[in-house]
Design a binder for this molecule. Structure first.
Ligand code: AMP
Length: 373
């Protein structure tokens, strides 16, 4: 099979930008499809600025590249199916369709042997579904819209039947998943890549800390027992192979009571894998581009301990960041707004203790400038 050297990327945010930058040394040229004239990825390749449902533009975009990938999973299904008729889309529609609906995603995980908490569908077409969901899950749960939720948006934590009914109303009585609340000790994720030939590469399991549902900091490797580390990697393998995925994805898991419970799958490069840009021999972005192009995957080993701290809604000065030992800055070129991820800090350390001391300084800097929505 020939190697793709022109890759079209659906979405031109910071994920696209980091994909584009990692593609340049591989001799791959990226073209980003994004309706935003200010799309951050425009500095890292060509920019195709058009609406998601503009068939003519989609066709011209597809014809100008060898293969297509995405950094944004809310691409309309019809647009993706249309593109699949012109050029190979990697990962395929299957990865996107399985993961964009929280019910389908949980069913897939369960069938793939990955543990999930009790869950049930709540549907405006089935008036009894609310009571049924309550009977299946119990009164302490999380109600989430089936589609289009991210960073904790479109969800409500509930503690009683009344709160569940009210929460559903607040979510516009949209089709939802109601799932048991998991009193987790920790949140972890596995970022991994599957090549076009089915080979796989796994990054160190990462420990994630969220603030108001938004990722604040990732630590690699996660502080996790060997057994749970092995279990997490095994679950990620089941997901990659079960989807027949081509490219990078992230599996987010809760650690609760000494076991793992899957939360969700992101079928693309992920914020909890940004540390790989400085902390792994081959980043999640480069491995994604290698997979989509049909190239061999690179070494995911870590020369040092690594972490990432998000800058949300504001940034410190570059000089201030670079004055901190072991800390560096990745700016996305976005205008700061409360709640908007505009940059992140990379932190590395020779030992875990050194890393944690440096992370504490990086976090203090981030907390000073971050403005959440
Ligand atoms: P999500 O959009 O599903 O990734 O949820 C955002 C965040 O909400 C997660 O990272 C968790 O911190 C929290 N969360 C989501 N679902 C649950 C759950 N079932 N139990 C406990 N916390 C949850």
């Amino acid at each position: 099979m020939s190697v793709a050297t022109k890759i079209g990327v659906l979405g031109g945010g910071q994920l696209g930008q980091m994909l584009g930058l990692s593609a340049i040394p591989l001799g791959i040229e990226c073209t980003f499809f994004d309706p935003d004239p200010e799309a951050p990825a425009r500095v890292a390749g060509k920019h195709f600025c058009a609406a998601w449902n503009d068939r003519d533009a989609l066709a011209r975009f597809a014809q100008s590249v060898d293969a297509i990938t995405f950094e944004f999973e809310n691409v309309p299904r019809e647009s993706l199916a249309f593109l699949e008729g012109i050029r190979p889309v990697r990962p395929s529609l299957r990865s996107l369709e399985t993961t964009c609906d929280r019910i389908r995603e949980k069913e897939f995980l369960r069938d793939a042997g990955v543990p999930v908490q009790p869950f049930a569908a709540v549907s405006p077409d089935a008036p009894a579904s609310l009571e049924l969901a309550l009977a299946t899950v119990g009164p302490h749960g999380v109600l989430k819209t089936r589609t289009l939720g991210y960073d904790g948006k479109g969800q409500r934590v509930v503690h009683s039947a009344e709160e569940l009914a009210r929460g559903w109303q607040e979510l516009g009585s949209a089709p939802c998943i109601y799932e048991a609340f998991v009193p987790f000790d920790r949140e972890v994720s596995v970022v991994a890549t599957r090549g076009l030939d089915g080979t796989t590469a796994f990054y160190s399991v990462v420990e994630n800390l969220h603030t108001k549902g938004v990722l604040f900091r990732s630590l690699a490797p996660a502080r996790l027992s060997d057994q749970l580390t092995q279990d997490a990697l095994r679950h990620a393998r089941s997901v990659l192979d079960g989807l027949g995925h081509v490219g990078t994805l992230a599996l987010e898991l809760f650690v609760a009571d000494g076991t793992l419970i899957a939360n969700e799958i992101a079928p693309r490069v992920h914020n909890s894998g940004h540390w790989t840009l400085r902390g792994a021999r081959t980043s999640q972005f480069e491995n994604h581009m290698r997979a989509v192009a049909g190239l061999p995957l690179g070494d995911t080993g870590m020369p040092e301990h690594a972490a990432m701290v998000n800058l949300i809604g504001g940034t410190p000065s570059t000089a201030e960041v670079l004055a901190l030992p072991g800390v560096s800055l990745q700016l996305y070129g976005k205008t700061p707004r409360p709640g908007r991820k505009v940059a992140h800090l990379h932190v590395v350390g020779a030992t875990q203790d050194e890393l944690l001391a440096r992370v504490a300084r990086a976090e203090a800097l981030a907390r000073r400038v971050n403005r959440l929505a």
